[in-house]
Write a protein that binds this ligand. Structure first.
Ligand code: FES
Length: 83
């Protein structure tokens, strides 16, 4: 199984509305923190939770993980500081 890249050692704070989002878990998307379908060419196609479907029930800024190694996906838990 391929390992996610670490494109950004930090979070993406992005304001979102209530709705469904697809968080990029492989870090190959050019539309971070959202999936753009690049996971298929990167070898992550068909893997569970890649991308991760996220139901946002409260609008506002969210701390999306940018390093893809968080233990609390899709949100940052500070793991990037240890990479
Ligand atoms: S491009 Fe990364 S999960 Fe889809």
């Amino acid at each position: 199984m391929p390992e996610p890249k670490v494109a950004q050692k930090g979070l993406y704070v992005k304001e979102v509305a209530v709705g469904t989002y697809y968080w990029c878990a492989c870090d190959h998307s050019n539309s971070q923190p959202s999936c753009d379908g690049a996971h298929k060419a990167a070898g992550f196609g068909g893997m569970p939770n890649i991308p991760m479907r996220v139901e946002v029930r409260e609008a506002g800024p969210k701390p999306w993980c940018g390093c893809k190694h968080t233990k609390t996906p899709p949100y940052c838990d500070g793991t990037h500081a240890t990479l």
